[in-house]
Design a protein around this ligand. Sequence first.
Ligand SMILES: Nc1ncnc2c1ncn2[C@@H]1O[C@H](COP(=O)(O)OP(=O)(O)OP(=O)(O)O)[C@@H](O)[C@H]1O
Length: 236
Amino acid sequence: MKDNHMSNVNNVKAFKNIDGVKHLKNIFELTDLSYQVGDKKILKNINLNIEQGKYITFVGPSGSGKSTLMRILASMISATSGEALFNGKKISSYEPTEYRRRVSYAFQQPTLFGKTVKDNLEFPYIVRGKEFDWEQVTKFLNYVNLDESYIDKSVNDVSGGEKQRIALLRNLIFPPEVLITDEVTTGLDADNKEIVHNILNKFNQDDGLTILRVTHDDSEIEQATDKVTVKNGEVI
Ligand SMILES: Nc1ncnc2c1ncn2[C@@H]1O[C@H](COP(=O)(O)OP(=O)(O)OP(=O)(O)O)[C@@H](O)[C@H]1O
């Protein structure tokens, strides 16, 4: 059977179907997915289903292909062979702007653009043709332990940890279906890490946000409930 060779990540918030069997929808389905540059096989025949609402931690040695896999899931690059489905449709078939809103990517090194924090938090409104919502933005700032005084702050006057927290709000103000976090806590101190963990847990638990996290952080790996190991371009 096809499912036998799939690495299925089991669900936590499963619901019972009419047949009494627990099901959760697969948000991603990868079949024999490979990525090759020249002769170099970076990802090799990956078969992986990811269920909606999961918080999955991708681990594995440096250079094993984790970020490449995440970039394929975020539609930043395309697999060179095999199939990658998001909500049952080929990733490549989605209109890029729509896809970016549904599958959002948070980087290890966040860049804040413009002059003020507002320039950054207003951006998600501008691209959607909406008015900046002061009240909503304040609420989101509070989620990451910042107050409304940050809105008018210069981007040069916020710390590295605050930058990462503000960059994450840019991803979350209009919540996507999937958030990919690629080593976003690397280099943060314990307090900042905890704030980042809290907001990600909140969106995963309260709003069903699917989170795919890449990390090398020992305590994050230890605490993770759902782990996928990538080694030499293969999912183990
Ligand atoms: N476009 C490319 N051309 C050539 N080699 C590439 C390309 N993209 C990635 N690689 C190589 O593929 C391998 C996997 O890279 P990737 O960044 O996915 O690993 P990773 O597991 O995320 O590593 P790390 O944990 O250090 O971030 C590396 O050897 C990298 O140099």
